[in-house]
Ligand binder design. Structure first.
Ligand code: C2E
Ligand code: MG
Ligand code: MG
Ligand code: MG
Length: 293
């Protein structure tokens, strides 16, 4: 049962296995151990500016090195982590890891990579939610504003109460930006867009998948981009796999693209070797002292 195995090296399980109660118990047990034994790793996928800004951005995506099963996809364990509450601890680890990586790259290469992390609605609802400790770590690492971006989904804003609103405000005050992930797949109400300060809107890959300049999906993408810009947000298109999609999106005014065309999610080491090296070279070439006349 290894759907997509060649593509992503992940091990998937068949639906019947996933419905199996025993399998689920085992997954929960293993997940608890994974938290204790630190079996997680963050991979990084570049978010590429389509309008020429060379600054480096990346989304951090969690991977689980299961001692017996190998690499397990977040698609398989995030939902269970949410149901059991383990996501709070995992989410705190993700934040700490991303913030430390950001500081490490800054110290080593002089480049500030803006890192986006995914934050589950469950983390916001949990009482022990630890914004204070996050802010303290940002201070300790002396990270500049906008180093960390927090990706949330529409669902969080829909059952929005004042508490969520002020929490997002606290994040922004602490120097973190907010992205709205998977835009267009959740709920039909757009009312929340005027209530919350959101920096980036991420168009879900279901819209970019079949993009060509006279498809309905193109019309939707174009309308989303115009709307987002008028509301003061930048737009990131997810799932950009072809040069053609990239061109169509750039022509429509999309600010950033993310997808296999640019890179799959890769380890921190691979990200250094590709994206950070490229950014350093770009800096050198752009530097005025570098004239060879
Ligand atoms: P997401 O936040 O929407 O992340 C984008 C997903 O699309 C990633 O899947 C990424 O590998 C995949 N992707 C990127 N480019 C392409 C492309 O060109 N084509 C296709 N077909 N797919 C592409 P991944 O890494 O398997 O993560 C799946 C989901 O798991 C994420 O969706 C996010 O909702 C969740 N997730 C991942 N890491 C975390 C985490 O640290 N915390 C939480 N709470 N959720 C996470
Ligand atoms: Mg995301
Ligand atoms: Mg997404
Ligand atoms: Mg998604």
């Amino acid at each position: 049962a290894a759907k997509d195995q060649g593509r992503n090296r992940f091990h998937y399980f068949t639906p019947s296995m996933q419905r199996n109660a025993k399998y689920r118990m085992r997954l929960i047990q293993d997940l608890r151990l994974a938290v204790t034994n630190q079996e997680f790793e963050l991979y990084y996928q570049p978010i590429v500016c389509l309008t020429g800004d060379p600054s480096v951005k990346a989304e951090a995506l969690i991977r689980w090195h299961h001692p017996k099963r190998g690499l397990v996809s977040p698609i398989e364990f995030i939902a269970v982590a949410e149901e059991t509450g383990l996501i709070v601890e995992i989410g705190n680890w993700v934040f700490q890891q991303a913030a430390r990586q950001c500081a490490l790259w800054r110290d080593r290469f002089g480049i500030e990579v803006q890192i986006s992390i995914n934050k589950s609605p469950v983390q916001f609802r949990d009482e022990g939610e630890s914004l204070d400790s996050w802010v303290a770590l940002l201070k300790t690492l002396n990270l500049s504003r906008n180093s960390i971006c927090v990706e949330i989904t529409e669902g969080l804003l829909l059952d929005s109460n004042q508490a969520i609103y002020s929490k997002l405000e606290q994040y922004r005050n602490a120097g973190m930006q907010i992205s709205l992930d998977d835009f267009g797949t959740g709920y039909s109400s757009l009312a929340y867009l005027k209530k919350f300060d959101i920096d980036f809107l991420k168009i879900d890959q279901s819209f970019t998948r079949n993009l060509d300049s006279n498809s309905d999906d193109f019309t939707l993408c174009e309308a989303i981009i115009v709307m987002a810009h008028k509301l003061g947000m930048k737009v990131i298109a997810e799932g950009v796999e072809t040069a053609y999609q990239r061109q169509v999106l750039a022509d429509a005014g999309c600010d950033y693209g993310q997808g296999y065309l640019f890179s799959r999610p890769v380890t921190a080491e691979e990200f250094e070797a590709s994206c950070i090296t490229a950014a350093l070279e770009h800096e050198q070439n752009a530097s005025p002292q570098e004239s060879h006349s």
